[in-house]
Design a protein around this ligand. Structure first.
Ligand code: ATP
Length: 917
């Protein structure tokens, strides 16, 4: 337990000037980590490991924000004038409606903010901590001082740490020190207590990132007590969450306000010049302004985005940057990793090659049960020293753990790999020969490690046996390994690696790779002194031992997902660190690589200029044996060809490519913090099919936004047309401001939201991707808004005119009929908006029950203001009879059905033409 001196002692302690032992003592912790009780007590004392967030908007500010909208201010201004003109009922009702609308907007926004905040939690960083002797992964916020944690390349350092073990550990500390070159870390104490942060090389600070190697450390400060916490105010605040579309719509809203004010001015002035009454004209002006402004639009866009993002989470795609929701629908290329994304990442060694002989290995999954076969006959691997050495290297040069887990209460037990599946497969392979980690480490102990990374493509460990002999055991990509070998182990003897032996190794490697096996090579080298390990490049002059080929079956759902992409005009490219032949074989199995598609490898890329790559990239489907830095070149080349690129990655070196891609994607399970932070989208199941699901949702969300933009704007056009033509014809006001406001804010809102959660059309993944630069009104939407709007306006006006003709003394009745026609025409039109291209008959009316319910409730609201006697004087309505209603309904249906009929005849013509031919 920590003493009650509390964090003051933590803050003032010069951890870097203490030895590791002193640090651990001071933190009162052993290498096996804290106990749960310790953790509980320390959490009470220090709180969560979080930086205080910037000021959050209070609920009140959020509510008041609703009224800061320019459009609403115009309305309130008009209301004020009505008030001054002593039209109190109007003024009060308008204010009431504006407040109701404010509440609706407020609740929607709170809900949207909540769901976006929960996204943040989903993508929060984690830490690998050792507590009570067990390793586990916890949210970084749960760390407390004294926790022992492990670090690995790609981690964002989760707290301030004193290092206790390092293996080639380097961190990039520019966030804290401004120094952008990575700093190599050590564990020895630093004598100068006043050393600057950059010189405290035995410490790692929160917010910096691990660029290479591995390490272990003890947490010395968390949350606001870290160095980062001290400068937390300087840290950039959250990114602007507005999407380009939201910004464009906001801009559009402003333009509409000016248009509305312009039209209003024209009408008012014309009216007054014609000798109309000032107040009448003012009323007309306000009505027009109200009609033209789509008040509900911004709020509905936010809610549609937020709900869409929720749907994506259900399909296991977590959106980190809201604008990417829009870009997703524009993706033309997906560049995907192979291992784990296209494949299952469940490796099983099927073949081993040693000195010209292939051995088969039986057994499936991670259960260490199986046999070694030579020409179909079972052999004992322990009797073949070369094979035994290969298996030992596989087990020792390994950081994975093979464990047996009990599945529930039943008998069933399951073998599970913790760590890298490639290494897990080697543990299983060793296990099949009875070679287990714990047993072998009794005779040959691991002393040091040079970790694997995807640039080196190999990993080594230094071991010492009972006799004190030291060996560097190496495993890695065969081609990389071979270039570092000078000898080979053949039947227990070390012989020089002749050209023909080299050739036979390469052939065996190719043969296995063509069978879609992932091949690893194994080698070793005796070392005489640990100092040799510190040499610049100790993995030289190695003795080659053999090869192991492992199967990593493709994910079942991926084949279909790739077909879906093809239909949707999206190309899939495989980018992998694996061997070219392996990559090619799997790409063919998955249908990624067509007959004449090009396969390039890292060497090819190295020799190509950027322009040559740009010229070839459209015909290339597989990039094999690439290093992460190649990914950036590939993204840039694709973008130069005009592609919108989605790119996956998981390692620290993938971050630049993920950032440069139009949609950077990282892996929720195997991804590093750095890759996740760079990405716009996280796949919580690491699965390629999830990218396709996210693209489908992205397209759906955009379609839905277009659907309600169409609905709301067509409604507004209808209102303007009604009012404007009536003015020009010198008719009385067909709709009162209060009625228009009611329609815009109350009866239109619910159906528009329901369109925002509409089901996607069946052909959504059969269309080509949308052009990024396309306007929201593209592909005929602008025409549809105007044509439907004008027809709705004319129908309303016609009904009003008819009402006036039949009963000239009853203006209120004519207005009520116009009001009802407007509302009903819109509520019918809303069903037409569900299909972008095909119109009302292409979709099942009852598929979107939210829409049906919202249309019913909007109709009910209309009936309420018409038939509830106390509301009639406020809305100036009168009850209508059956005949009037018949007229209203027929007129309301005309705009939608007239155009549907026109479309039907237009579509029928070419069909007739075809049959005549
Ligand atoms: P992808 O890029 O599609 O995820 P990958 O997993 O094969 O494919 P890397 O992890 O960069 O890509 O691995 C590159 C190569 O390094 C592999 O083909 C393999 O030969 C070798 N390799 C992979 N994992 C290890 C490891 N743990 N130890 C040693 N070598 C490895």
């Amino acid at each position: 337990m920590l003493t009650e001196k509390g964090w003051h002692s933590v803050q003032k302690t010069y951890w870097h000037s203490m030895s590791v032992q002193e640090c651990l003592q001071k933190q009162e912790v052993k290498l096996s980590g804290l106990t749960e009780d310790d953790v509980y007590a320390r959490r009470e004392q220090y709180g969560e490991n979080r930086l205080a967030e910037g000021e959050q908007k209070s609920l009140l500010t959020l509510f008041l924000d609703q009224f800061r909208d320019f459009m609403i201010l115009v309305l309130l201004g008009a209301t004020l004038i009505s008030g001054l003109l002593e039209e109190y009922t109007d003024a009060i009702t308008i204010i009431a409606i504006v407040i109701v609308n404010g509440f609706l907007g407020f609740f929607q926004e709170v809900r949207a903010e909540r769901s976006l905040a929960s996204l943040k939690e989903l993508s929060a960083p984690t830490a690998r901590v050792i507590r009570e002797g067990k390793k586990r992964v916890i949210p970084a916020a749960e760390l407390v001082p004294g926790d022992i944690i492990e670090l690995e390349a790609g981690d964002r350092v989760p707290a301030d740490l004193r290092l206790i073990a390092v293996h080639g550990l380097e961190t990039e500390e520019s966030a804290l020190t401004g120094e952008s070159l990575p700093v190599a870390k050590l564990v020895e104490r630093i004598n100068d207590p006043e050393a600057g942060l950059g010189d405290r090389r035995n410490m790692a600070y929160m917010g910096t990132m691990v660029t290479r190697g591995k390490g272990q450390a003890v947490v010395v400060a968390t949350g606001m007590q870290t160095e980062m916490g001290k400068i937390a105010d300087l840290i950039q605040s959250a990114e602007d969450a507005m999407t380009p579309l939201q910004m464009r719509l906001e801009h559009l809203g402003k333009i509409l306000v000016y248009v509305a004010l312009g039209i209003t001015a024209v009408v008012v002035i014309t009216g007054i010049l014609h000798g109309q009454k000032m107040y009448e004209m003012f009323l007309a002006g306000v009505s027009l302004a109200v009609a033209a402004i789509p008040e509900g639009l911004p709020a509905i866009v936010t809610i549609a985005l937020a709900l869409g993002v929720q749907r994506m989470i259900k399909r296991r795609a977590i959106v980190r940057k809201l604008p990417s929701v829009e870009t997703l629908g524009c993706a033309t290329v997906i560049c995907s990793d192979k291992t784990g994304t296209l494949t299952q990442n469940k490796m099983t060694v099927q073949k081993v090659w040693l000195g010209g002989i292939f051995y088969g290995v039986t057994g499936s999954g991670y259960e260490p049960q199986g046999e070694f076969l030579l020409s179909g006959r079972t052999i004992d691997p322990n009797r073949r020293p070369d094979l035994k050495r290969l298996l030992q290297i596989g087990v020792l040069c390994n950081n994975a753990e093979l464990v047996k887990v009990n599945k529930g209460k039943g008998e069933e037990t399951l073998w599970q790999v913790n760590g890298d599946p490639t290494e897990g497969a080697l543990l299983v392979l060793g296990g099949k020969a009875g070679i287990r980690t714990d047993a072998i480490e009794q005779v040959e102990q691991r002393v040091e490690e040079i970790p694997f990374d995807s640039v080196r493509k190999m990993m080594s460990v230094l071991t010492r046996n009972k006799e004190g002999e030291m060996h560097l055991l190496v495993k890695g990509a065969p081609d990389v390994l071979l270039s570092r070998c000078s000898h080979m182990l053949v039947e227990g003897k070390v012989v020089p690696l002749s050209a023909s032996l080299r050739k036979s190794i390469i052939q065996a490697n190719e043969e296995m790779a063509r069978e879609a096996l992932r091949v690893l090579g194994f080698a070793y080298r005796p070392l005489y002194d640990i100092k040799q390990l510190k040499q610049r490049d100790p993995e030289q002059n190695l003795v080659f031992v053999g090869l192991a080929g492992m199967m990593d079956p493709p994910r079942e759902e991926v084949f279909e997902a790739i077909q879906k992409c093809k239909r949707a005009g999206i190309k899939t490219i495989m980018i992998t660190g694996d061997h070219q032949a392996t990559a090619e074989a799997i790409a063919r199995q998955l249908g990624i690589l067509p007959a004449k598609g090009i396969v390039l490898n890292g060497n090819d890329l190295q020799q190509m200029t950027d322009q040559q790559l740009i010229d070839k990239v459209d015909h290339t489907y597989v990039f094999a044996r690439v290093s992460p830095e190649h990914k950036l070149r590939i993204v840039k080349a694709l973008q130069a060809r005009g592609h919108v690129v989605a790119m996956t990655g998981d390692g620290v070196n993938d971050a630049p490519a993920i950032k440069a891609a139009d949609i950077g994607i990282s892996m929720g399970q195997s991804g590093t913090d750095v890759a996740k932070e760079a990405s716009a989208l996280i796949l919580s199941d690491d699965n390629f099919a999830t990218i396709v699901a996210a693209i489908e949702e992205g397209r759906g969300i955009y379609d839905n936004i277009r659907k309600f933009v169409r609905y709301l704007l067509a409604s507004n056009v209808g209102e303007i047309v009604t009012m404007f033509i009536a003015m020009l014809m010198g008719l009385p006001l067909p709709l009162l401001p209060i009625q228009i406001l009611w329609v815009n804010l109350v009866t239109d809102g619910l159906p528009a939201i329901a369109l925002g959660v509409d089901q996607a059309e069946a052909d959504i993944m059969k269309r080509p991707p949308r052009n990024v630069k396309e306007s929201i009104f593209a592909r005929g939407l602008g025409f549809k808004i105007l044509s439907r709007g004008i027809l709705i306006g004319l129908a309303t006006l016609a009904v009003f005119w008819y009402g006036l003709q039949t009963d000239p003394s009853n203006l209120e009745k004519a207005q009520t009929m116009a009001f009802a026609t407007l509302v009903m025409a819109q509520l019918i039109h809303v069903f037409d908006c569900r299909s972008v291209e095909k119109g009302i008959f292409s979709r099942n009316l009852f598929e979107n029950m939210w829409l049906v319910a919202s249309v019913l409730s909007s109709t009910l609201l209309l009936l309420t203001v018409m038939y509830v006697t106390s509301l009639q004087p406020i809305f100036r309505t009168v009850p209508l009879g059956v005949v009037d209603w018949l007229l209203v309904l027929v007129a309301s249906a005309i705009p939608t059905f007239a155009l549907a009929a026109r479309r039907a005849t237009r579509q029928a013509k070419p069909r007739l033409g075809l049959s005549r031919r």
